[in-house]
Ligand binder design. Sequence first.
Ligand SMILES: Nc1nc2c(c(=O)[nH]1)N[C@H]1C(S)=C(S)[C@@H](COP(=O)(O)O)O[C@H]1N2
Ligand SMILES: [Mo]
Length: 230
Amino acid sequence: MEENRKLDKIIEARMKLKERFEKTIKSTPSLADDQPLGSGPANRHGMPKLPEGQFETQKWPVLDLGYKPDVSLERWRLRLDGEVENPVVLTWADFLALPQTTDVSDFHCVTTWSRMDVPWVGVRLLDLAALVQPNATATHIMCYGYDTYTTNVSLEEALKPDVLLVHTADGQPLPRDHGGPVRMITPQLYAWKGAKWIKRIEFLPQNKLGFWEERGYSDTAYPWRNDRYS
Ligand SMILES: Nc1nc2c(c(=O)[nH]1)N[C@H]1C(S)=C(S)[C@@H](COP(=O)(O)O)O[C@H]1N2
Ligand SMILES: [Mo]
């Protein structure tokens, strides 16, 4: 069946990508730091649940550039391009037809609040990358929001299984305030690395700074290193 072959191809491409980045992923700070900064029991990656300088909140504050784009599902598109074999533009139906991942993870904002154990549903960045097949020359991604926001992420961080493009949070469609219809989440990095209202992911042959990274935020953004500003 056509659908099965498509899925097999995604899985095969995903395994290849995983292999290519396995070593660098394993040595990234959020997995390999032997002296991570923070407190509380270990999270599922062995890091203290509450990173240094953070406090837990039950609320979910809203932070953005002040402009919240209103993107209908009919108009919504996600472009994946740049250093890839197979650039695509996905419609909402295309996006929902990709393998869906359910996960629970923590959300650490650089302004010091952490929202714990958020249930999410969405598509792994890894599965999107498997679909477009990054060239061997690709090292980073630049994510673009419908509001003109940009943020860059290295591929060894972006391809971790926790990194999702989510359309559902707390069992509800992702609210527009928080980046709905779809935003990215990066549980192992400060939350500004996850673009709300995401519309494009460009694979890059070298690093390039995004909106906040250009304005003095850390390029790497590791919560357990208190790595906030550069
Ligand atoms: N498109 C877009 N994404 C964005 C931002 C933004 O201004 N525009 N702000 C970032 C910052 S600084 C933070 S802390 C988080 C906040 O997400 P929240 O409003 O859902 O809490 O989104 C990040 N993603
Ligand atoms: Mo932020």
